[in-house]
Each structure stands twice: as C-alpha cells, then as structure tokens.
Design a protein around this ligand. Sequence first.
Ligand code: MEV
Length: 438
Amino acid sequence: MKEIQLITGFSKLTKKEKIEEVARYFQNPKETSDFLTSFWFHNEEHQKLFDEFSENTISNFHFPFGIAPNVLINGKHYLIPMVIEESSVVAAAANSAKFWSTRGGFHTRIVSTTKIGQVHFIWKGVKEELEKHFPELKQLLIEGTNTITQNMQERGGGILDIELVDMRSEIPDYYQLKAKFDTRDAMGANFINSCLEEFASILKDFIVRKETIADKDVTVIMSILSNYTPECLVEAWVECPVEEFDAMDPDMTAEEFVWKFEKAVQIATVDPHRATTHNKGIFNGIDAVVLATGNDFRAVEACGHTFAARDGQYRSLTRLNIENGIFKYSLLLPIALGTVGGLTSLHPLAKFTLELLGDPSAEDLMQISAVSGLANNFGALRSLTTKGIQKGHMKMHLLNILNTFAASEQEKVAAIEYFKTEKVSFNAVEAFLKTERK
Ligand code: MEV
C-alpha cells in the first residue's frame, strides 16, 4: 500500500476512474481493479440500483443471508431471514425457535407506535407570550403541513400532537417544538423531517408577525426526528412450566438450570458490562432481520441502547418472571421500522425478505424482529449457563479458520470429521492441516 494523498473531486469521477484512483495505491493496480469489479453484480440493473443507493461506490460488500426456521409467533410459523456475518447467530436463533416451537412458541404484542421529532430553537422572549398563543400556532403548524401530511392521513397516520417544551433549565433560552407522529407502515424519517422543517419556518414566521410577541429574534438550531422512540414499543415473550427445562443439560435439573438462568438475567440487569454483552446478543437477532428487510439498523440500535439506560443505568432489555412454577421470559424495547418506502421495496433481497415474511405491516415486523432478538438471547444464555459458548461457537467458526488457511474441499471434509470429537482452535486447525499436508 502506498501513502494516501489528498484527493479533490473524487465524487465527480466516473465509477471506473474512482476504482483506478483507489487501485493506484496498491502494488498491483490492475489486479486490485479486477478484484473490486469481481464483486459487481452480473445483472446490470441491480448494479445500477446498488450504486444509486449510496455515493462514491466502487464495489459491493456481501453479507451472508440465512434462514432461522420453525419460528412460531402468536400461533403462526415463520422462516426468518437473517443477514449476519457472525457464525452461530442463525444457529442460536434456530435452536431457540425449535425449543419454543413445542412450548407455545413466541408471543408478542405492540404496546405503542408513536414516533417523535423536534424543532430545537433559542428564543429570549417572555415564555408566557408564546405559551398564550401556542394553540393558535399549533393549528397553523398542522394546517401548514397539510400538503406533506395528506397522503399519510389518508393511510390513517399523520401528526398526533405538538407541544412546546421549555428546556431553559438545561440551556439558557432553549425550547423545543416536540411533535408526535403516526407514520403507519413507513419508518417515517423523511416524512417527519419534512414536517419539522416546515414547522420551523412557520414558527419563525409566527413570532415575527404576532404583535403581542415582543421578541422577534428566534433562532432555529435544528429540525430533526428523534431516533429515540420509547413510545414505539413492542414486547415479545416465551413461557412454560419450569419442569420443561429438564433436558437442558445432562448435569442439571430443571430447577438448577432456571436458577442459573435467573442469576444470569439478574447480573445483566445490575452490571452494565454484562448488560452490554447481553443486549448485544439481542441485537444479533434484531439487526439481522432489520438488515434483511432494508431497514436502518443504526437507528434501531441507538434507540434500543437509550431505552436500556432509561432509568439512568444501562440494563438488560429482558426480564425473567417465575411465578407458580411458570417461567416467563420477555423482551421489551422500542423498534421503529418500515415495510414501505426506503430500501424496503428497492433492494431486491429486502423485497424478497418481506415477501417471505408474508408482506408484514410495520407492526408485524416490529414483532418478528423482537422475537429474533429474544430467540438469540435465549440461545446465548442457554449456552452460557450450561456448556459455555466457545465449543459451539468454534465449531461454527471452523470453516472460517479453514478458509483462512485456504483449505481444499477435501481438507475441509477431513477437518470437519476430525473436529467432531476434538476442540477447535486456530492452532489446532493449523496443526491438523500441517499433518494432512505432509
Ligand atoms: C456473541 O455475539 C453474543 C453473546 O456474547 C451474547 C451474550 O453473551 O449474551 C454470546
């Protein structure tokens, strides 16, 4: 690799020129260009579509697309598509799903579906003057965004409420217009942001024109949706009698397993280090579905983690309740998703995923994603509290290690057989291949 230089006008280059510009830093630019091009789609239309999703594209970065079968949700079976690179995540979801499929499956409910957006502004005027006129301003905000909200209203959504929030205890002269939205099956980011920018201009105009508001100097700092949507909430849970866990581990009774599982959940509730890893396992499942459906996994993650810290300490997103011999394990979190708009119908595989999930509404998809999160977390805790995760994890990782050593198909078959009874590690695989190759 040569030392990278400052580049001007990169975005103006053609795709071929961009590739050449990047490839020239490598020892063999031709080989590098060919390598990048080799990941392009053969289908030119798909390639064009992908290039138009983003900017400065030079290639495609592929992720595995897997299926977790046997996922029973509210009495209906699903094949859940998962886009994830981590070996064992799909297996964990599939194992959990199988276990719960004979124990009533997963249950879910939508708690709420409200999204939030804010106009943040600075104004030194007399609060009461603005407050007094707020009902009139609110009416203008709603009427003034009619052209933006009309379609959404026809679909049953739109603006639900707008309030004036006094934030002066945090920052001098700081207020918000805080609006609630129902965006139906859309994730709604563009819809909300368009409304908010219009709100900002109506607000400024209102303050300037209203004679009884003395201070005309309002500065809108920004108008943007909040990715924290604590009122776009879904719950998923599983339940069964404690004795159902009898066969969880040959060395543990059902009660011992449940006791250990309960301790694991308690630890993730009180210790932020463990809570982070515990919740990461939940997002292994959620993100995989969110990605497969072309939704914004960064928004979903950011929201979930804020929710996990809602009482001031970062905690587990799951809760365990054991009452009258019934084990009930639940996951409650906000997930804002869309099944229309964005990439959902543009990305060919996202479109396929939604079809495979039975063309779900946004509410259905919230529930499916939450189940995927709970399934993964249950699978992780089940392994962690019994045999540990490394054995299974390394078995899954075996092919990655073999690929690192460029193992042939024949060597892979031999290795898989050999490591059925041996402990997988990087060194052990290297040693095995050395012997094979002698
Ligand atoms: C690994 O990707 C996820 C786990 O670490 C989750 C957990 O510890 O609960 C296994």
